[in-house]
Design a protein around this ligand. Structure first.
Ligand SMILES: Cc1cc2nc3c(=O)[nH]c(=O)nc-3n(C[C@H](O)[C@H](O)[C@H](O)COP(=O)(O)O)c2cc1C
Length: 214
């Protein structure tokens, strides 16, 4: 099959794209507006960009509000205050992650609404969530606006502090143990997927195999 975005409704191509780019990690993001209202929402157009300096990307779109298109609260808050916290979405929190995607008006804090406990962050103003074993405190690097007129803001953020609960940390590999974190990922349509096991592959190293460079 061939799908040409030029010949299709954007909504239909979106389905193809969403089900082709899988599984996607989910950033569960807290922000604070200039007026001091805390916001929480999930984003799966999310990834690491580079570790030098530690940078992540989140792509935040627009929504229709009272017949007008406007950027989502997360993007507006990041534009206003330049700070946010990214939490890894986990299987045990998946239902709350989904509920936080409901498009509440800006004056509603999803954190309170869902009965989640906020704890103060160390380096940024938006709080982090006590329930989440991994939280990355971030400051805005830049927003790349996409589309004409721009309907999406690709947020590039610098991680200034990482919080990792000891219960998910593996000191031997100096990494987070995925079988303990149990992250949840997003697939196409309304599908989600847990990550419950992992397999290991050593990175191939042609020098170790005795090949000679010319
Ligand atoms: C798992 C999941 C992933 C999502 N990923 C994105 C995304 O990458 N970009 C986006 O604009 N919206 C995404 N959404 C929708 C937003 O979460 C939703 O529009 C939310 O209400 C935005 O909240 P805000 O206006 O408080 O920022 C996703 C929703 C879910 C449930």
């Amino acid at each position: 099959l061939i799908f040409d975005p030029e010949l299709m409704q954007a909504r239909d191509f979106y389905r193809v794209m969403l089900s082709a780019i899988v599984p996607r990690p989910i950033a569960w993001v807290t922000t604070r507006s200039a007026a001091g209202i805390d916001n929480l929402a999930p984003f799966s157009f999310f990834n690491g960009v580079t570790s030098r300096p530690p940078t992540i990307s989140i792509s935040v779109g627009s929504r229709k509000w009272e017949e007008a298109l406007q950027f989502k609260d997360t993007l507006r808050n990041i534009e206003e205050t330049h700070e946010f916290v990214v939490h890894s979405a986990t299987e045990s929190l998946a239902e709350l992650v989904n509920r936080s995607s409901e498009e509440f008006p800006p004056q509603v804090s999803e954190i309170e609404m869902l009965g989640l406990e906020p704890v103060p962050s160390d380096r940024v103003k938006p709080p982090r969530l006590k329930a989440c074993p991994v939280a990355l405190e971030c400051v805005l690097d830049q927003v790349v606006y996409i589309g004409d007129p721009p309907l999406t803001g690709l947020v590039l953020g610098r991680i200034v502090l990482a919080h990792v609960e000891e219960s998910v940390w593996d000191p031997e590999s100096r990494s987070i143990d995925v079988t303990k974190l149990r992250p949840v990922a997003r697939l196409g349509g309304q599908l989600w997927a847990p990550v419950r096991e992992a397999f290991r592959q050593e990175r191939p190293d042609w020098k170790a195999k005795g090949f000679q460079a010319e």
